[in-house]
Design a protein around this ligand. Sequence first.
Ligand code: ADQ
Length: 504
Amino acid sequence: MSRVVIVSNRVADLEKTAQAGGVAVAIADILKQQSCLWFGWNGKLVSEPQPPPRIVKRRRGAPVVTVPLSAAEHEDYYLGYANSVLWPVFHGRLDLAKFEAGYFRAYAGVNTRFAQILKPQLRPDDVIWVHDYHFIPFALELRKLGVENPIGFFLHIPFPPAQWFLAVPEHKELARALAAYDLVGLQTKADVRNMLDYLQNHVNARIIPDGRVRAFDRIVSIESLPVGISVEDFVGTEPRAQRELEAGMMQIVGVDRLDYSKGLPQKFRAFGQFLDTFPEYRGRAVLTQIAPPSRETVDAYHDVRKQLEELSGSINGRYGELDWVPIHYIRRSVPRKRLSSVYRTSRIGLITPLRDGMNLVAKEYVASQSPADPGVLILSQFAGAAEDLHQALIINPYNIEETAKAIHTAATMGLEERRSRHDALMATITRQSAAAWGRAFLSKLSRSSAMDDAMDMYSYHARARKLRADAVGPQAETGLAQVARETKSKVRPVAAKCVRSPIS
Ligand code: ADQ
């Protein structure tokens, strides 16, 4: 099988760090299954230009090629365009987007530079899989350098409705860049609808009979491929944390990167409202919220952190007792093994994003439950996961009262209903596992680029037929040779053969 070259913003050392980020978790699962090379930023900042990086073999896991960023690139590409323009717009926070800062140049520049660094490492039969919004222009940059390998892109965050996307001054450049891929994978069907709506109505794209999209003189497949988890990593863990919980205490758990898209203030308020409306749970329920900080130097992240400190302080101050603190707010990473036992001992998983590509925590919570006595998942309708996890209690996180009532419904739900909901959720999560996601993406990518080759051959034959009709003798032969030269290298030998033999 050919090598898969994974490109993502951050190449993490999966042996050293407790991961707190869905993209790294999803990539770690692909690396387990394929022969891979992983390429991206190593997390370091440097002031001097560096020599070209080499492949580094790791003791465990895939070999990597990593590149440092300059401080200016980090500021304008990573914190700037990626996290202060694309992230807020794609999560519906146009009010937070810094459009006027001129970050796009640095974003495009890093994509160009990284593509130039990767190019010499590529083999002719590599399949390239680019991840997330940091690298939308990556395929276009590789194509400019003559790379013709199959290139797929997966967007881990939601694709916004056209009206929001149009707010990005460079929306057309981004759309043109998306068309340079053979396959664009999105988390949900709703994301696919948003992207098609934008492409068809704003950049004149057309859906061709085989279902793919013709845009900017290229043909690209756009598919919903919901990301999954390695179910076996979460099933059957020992409920160690139970001993640490007092008997009769009901734990509600939330695990999120500290991000304004995760609806954490709404979650804290809903829990406060629950204690207010159902006082019998005072002293008997705790909300354990694990939320490691991320992107702290971006103002909006600093603001949400401050807001959460104030809210947890005020709820704990208002309802807490000497022997009971209602909200356990933990701002650090927790080893994944430990995480599954925290999920397992929590009667409720409370997931309240205001907008989220998928939300792996929802799936991890369900997979960790004991099938004999499972807990209940409360899930925001705005998480991509809600498109398929129908048996969760689906809530609107903006509606604090509704969420507080859902906590009560979950707390009082009988065993039979909990089991039947859990069985159905597990069936979906197992079917849509990380392994299934990786396989589906790579097989769609190879199918889509094979269709491209077929299209090339088809268009070669069509043009050749026209030339035959229009011209005769040596003139036609020269024309045909020209068409063959223009055809992609993969079909060139076949096309050249056609030039030599009569065309029917
Ligand atoms: P994230 O926004 O990072 O991912 P999510 O899908 O919930 O969100 O993934 C977080 C991952 O990090 C989970 O696997 C979780 O276990 C882990 N994690 C979070 N906090 C942790 C902590 N304190 N300690 C240890 N581990 C922690 C992005 C998109 C999502 C999409 C994923 C994958 O924003 O919508 O689901 O990519 O595509």
